[in-house]
Design a protein around this ligand. Structure first.
Ligand code: UD2
Length: 323
């Protein structure tokens, strides 16, 4: 099959691209490299076509969609706090950009779009684990933008017979997650802190919990969603079905890395939810999804990647100095 991956140079995108290439598919990546990185595609670069452009540019999206069978739409402004600071920027990327992707996919006769949605569409639900039938009550512009993307997709499927599947990701972590911004996912930040020998900061008492899902499991879910017969028209949770507190996570990291993971505790982050946990029964039923890589194994793989990435960058700088 021929795939277009928007946001293919990003964290989830580049891991998806590697797996598509490994399975022998043709891949086009559309990425404006605002947060994605060319080096994330170093493994795949010889076998893919990279178009550096934004999903907010309809002509570019049309060009990228040409001859695609399936679009995996991951390009987005992905940060909740950033969306609170700048809702217009988030709306532009996540709502206008998604509408461009749907229009271009429809006009290019793409068969299916797999859309990156988020557990942020639920807001503060009291009942755990969260089922897809829970009320949608987002509490951030980011959550609203993902809800709107889902709604547009459903309407496009009804009106124009463009198959549309939304995957609601919980807390994804793993190799290539960028720890370098104030909005980075907590596990990338913790890994980076342990690597640097600095003390991780926990916002709150550390007893908040998340359904942390390893990126390899998410990639598996995406590829299943691209082909599953009963998936079109659905929004499906992608997590592990379990949750872990930050304090438990730090204890595991200490065990895995052999480095002290004593955190300093700071006031809770504004707008944080306390607990999150996916019900993954629908994903199991419709996609045949099973999170094969467990939390501890995922943490080990992630730590190994952080260590390897650091060694590689040290080698480059030593080499640079010698020259
Ligand atoms: C996740 C998703 C987000 C959205 C949201 C919906 C990620 C990276 N973000 O946000 O896209 O779907 O869920 O609810 O998956 N924390 C610390 N120390 C740090 C950084 C974070 O204690 O250095 C805490 C933070 O206050 C929060 C928890 O760790 O309680 C998780 O934070 P996060 O930013 O990784 O993810 P979350 O759940 O806010």
């Amino acid at each position: 099959m021929r795939y277009l991956v928007t946001g293919g140079a990003g964290f989830i995108g580049s891991n998806t691209v590697d797996e598509l290439v490994r399975r022998g598919h043709e891949v086009v990546v559309l990425d404006d490299l605002s947060t994605g990185k060319v080096e994330n595609l170093s493994q795949a670069s010889a076998k893919i076509k990279l178009m550096q452009n934004s999903i907010t540019n309809l002509d570019a999206v049309r060009e990228a969609c040409r001859a695609a069978d399936c679009v995996i739409h991951l390009a987005a402004q992905t940060s909740v706090p950033r969306s609170v600071k700048d809702p217009i920027e988030t709306n532009l990327a996540n709502v206008d950009g998604t509408l461009n992707v749907l229009v271009a996919a429809r006009d290019a006769h793409v068969k299916r779009v797999v859309f990156a949605s988020s557990c942020a569409v639920y807001g503060k639900t009291s009942e755990l684990p969260i089922r897809e039938s829970a009320a949608l009550a987002p509490i951030s512009p980011y959550g609203v933008s993902k809800q709107v993307g889902e709604a547009y997709g459903r309407v496009f499927q009804e009106l124009y017979a463009l198959e549309f599947v939304a995957l609601r990701y919980f807390n994804v972590f793993g190799p290539r997650q960028d720890p370098g911004s104030p909005y980075s996912g907590v596990l990338s930040v913790f890994n980076a802190a342990l690597l640097e020998g600095t003390q991780p900061t926990v916002f709150g008492d550390g007893e908040q919990s998340r359904d942390f899902v390893y990126v390899g499991n998410v990639v598996e879910a995406i590829l299943l969603a691209a082909e599953a017969k009963r998936a079109p028209g659905l929004a499906i949770n992608i997590g592990t079905g379990n949750r872990c507190t930050l304090n438990q996570t730090l204890a595991l990291l200490e065990k895995i890395t052999g480095r002290p993971a004593r955190a300093k505790y700071a006031p809770p982050r504004e707008g944080d939810i306390r607990d999150s946990q996916a019900d993954i029964a629908l994903a199991q039923d419709i996609l045949g999804y099973h999170p094969r890589i467990g939390f501890e194994e995922g943490l080990s793989l992630t730590w190994e990647w952080f260590c390897a990435a650091r060694n590689a960058s040290n080698r480059t700088s030593v080499h640079g100095r010698l020259e």
